[in-house]
Design a binder for this molecule. Structure first.
Ligand SMILES: Cc1ncc(COP(=O)(O)O)c(C=O)c1O
Length: 315
């Protein structure tokens, strides 16, 4: 395995802020590739920074969308042109798909050949139960030369409101004509200037979450949410609805029945079953016709929602 130096870990208040801010240390004319659908922060941070063109029904001009579809198992092919920055999220929000080591290797090889940087969001890594699936991109040889990884206590330890995360910027990571250490120095300067660190009391909570007792409790919590996902998946499948995800992720990604649009299915689910979820089209053009259900909930509510769907959804 790869050995990282503690100075390559940056403790922060969130994978959201870090994955939004990271583009700020790169040139304005970088070409950006995103998984489609994706956690909206990747696209919107680049839109706000002026790195994209106008919005259309097919997304933003100037962005390279990498469609994640049923056909490719919700993991994209490498870009068909030269790009500079690539966002990958695994386990994925919203599709719940987890990249294999072989799939990640195609991107690591592409990035090293093209001097691109991969932003790898592994905020849901603790939901991976399959030992064959990588929990970090650094499990792939050569990733330290091209990948920056984000992780968080939010999903593992329920710190969403507490705020604690970390980002890894290896000193070996290089892009275009930069020397090793340059990106690491830029991110250090960016964080030291714009940010004063996660609160000590919060960091003490993080240390407790990493203790043997803390790990036992967080493992139990993750298993609890995975069981919720299983219950949701089973309920939907019993109605003949096609679903993905959920096995190694807290999200179930369903194909809307009757080829309804994501928003029409939202209305149907709300009106007929009194259940709220997230329309897939909100995550990018390739999310149209899909819908995300979250497993983050009390068991009683999840069971109630699933039986309401089973009893009332008219398909
Ligand atoms: C993929 C992904 N990354 C990051 C985050 C946010 O993490 P944090 O709470 O550490 O900011 C989320 C939360 O929804 C997410 O879905």
């Amino acid at each position: 395995g790869l050995t990282l130096d503690p100075s390559e870990f940056f403790v922060s208040d969130g994978a959201k802020s870090d994955s939004a801010n990271i583009q700020g240390i790169f040139s304005d004319d970088c070409v950006v590739a995103v998984q489609d659908p994706a956690y909206p922060v990747y696209v919107d941070s680049n839109v706000i920074s002026g790195r994209t063109g106008k919005a259309s029904d097919n997304g933003y001009e100037g962005l390279v969308y990498m469609p994640c579809t049923e056909e490719n198992g919700f993991f994209p092919d490498i870009p068909d042109r030269k790009v500079d920055l690539i966002y990958i999220c695994s386990p994925n929000n919203p599709t719940g798909a987890v990249a294999t080591k072989e799939q990640l290797k195609t991107f690591v090889d592409y990035a090293n050949q093209n001097k691109a940087i991969i932003f790898y969001d592994s905020a849901y890594a603790s939901f991976i139960t399959d030992p064959e699936l990588p929990r970090s991109i650094y499990e792939v040889d050569g990733a330290e030369n091209c990948a920056i990884e984000f992780n968080s206590f939010s999903k593992t330890a329920g710190f969403t409101g507490v705020r604690l995360a970390w980002t890894i910027v290896p000193k070996a990571c290089v892009t275009e004509d930069s020397e090793p250490g340059k990106l690491h120095a830029l991110w250090t300067r960016r964080q030291n200037t714009f940010f004063n660190g996660a609160a000590n009391i919060v960091q003490a909570g993080g240390v407790a979450a990493l203790s043997p007792e803390g790990r036992k409790q967080t493992d139990e919590q993750v298993s609890f949410y995975l069981e919720n996902a299983r219950i949701i998946n089973e309920g939907l499948k019993s109605l003949g609805i096609t679903t993905y995800g959920g096995g190694n992720a807290p999200y179930v990604w369903l194909k809307t029945p009757g080829e309804l649009s994501s928003w029409d299915f939202f209305d149907k689910l709300l009106n007929e079953c009194h259940v709220v979820g997230t329309p897939g089209s909100g995550f990018g053009p390739a999310g149209e016709g899909f819908f995300r259900l979250s497993a983050f909930g009390h068991r009683e509510n999840v069971e109630k929602a699933v039986s309401s769907i089973r009893d009332r959804l008219q398909i």
